[in-house]
Design a protein around this ligand. Structure first.
Ligand code: ATP
Ligand code: MG
Length: 136
């Protein structure tokens, strides 16, 4: 069954949005397959966003991700990658539709609350990166 890597970023954890976010994925009907709270090593943040390493916002992005604990999760279900991205909404909360997580809960692109894998291939890589111990 298809899986996606979903991460509640430090602002989402600090703002107390963990329950709200998990609830949206649960109510949609997806299955929670793995979850952990962790403070992220700089090397893991850099590796996770390696494709963006040339962007001017990359150093700030890495500092953001390591600024406090995150909730790393694996969600499973039919079309979870694409549907998960729809539930999350557009990257910049100024463009995210109301009803999406970012559209409802965020304002700044640099504090956009949540990450979701952008393809099945990215999901595979990210799940291996964030859950090297595997899923039970
Ligand atoms: P994510 O990968 O976190 O799910 P995304 O796939 O919607 O987000 P990406 O293009 O992969 O968007 O960008 C990764 C993250 O980098 C964004 O979620 C955001 O936190 C940050 N980011 C993207 N563009 C900018 C920008 N112009 N300024 C500041 N931060 C940015
Ligand atoms: Mg992305």
């Amino acid at each position: 069954m298809e899986q996606s890597f979903i991460m509640i970023k430090p602002d989402g954890v600090q703002r107390g949005l963990v329950g709200e976010i998990i609830s949206r994925f649960e109510k949609k009907g997806f299955y929670l397959k793995g979850m952990k709270l962790l403070t992220v090593e700089k090397s893991l943040a850099e590796n996770h966003y390696a494709d963006l390493s040339a962007k001017p916002f990359f150093p700030g992005l890495v500092e953001y991700i390591i600024s406090g604990p995150v909730v790393a999760m694996v969600w499973e279900g039919k079309n979870v990658v694409v549907t998960g991205r729809k539930i999350i909404g557009a990257t910049n909360p100024s463009d995210s539709a109301p009803g999406t997580i970012r559209g409802d809960l965020a304002i700044e692109v640099g504090r956009n609350v949540i990450h979701g894998s952008d393809s099945i291939e990215s999901a595979r890589k990210e799940i291996a990166l964030w859950f090297p111990e595997g899923l039970t």
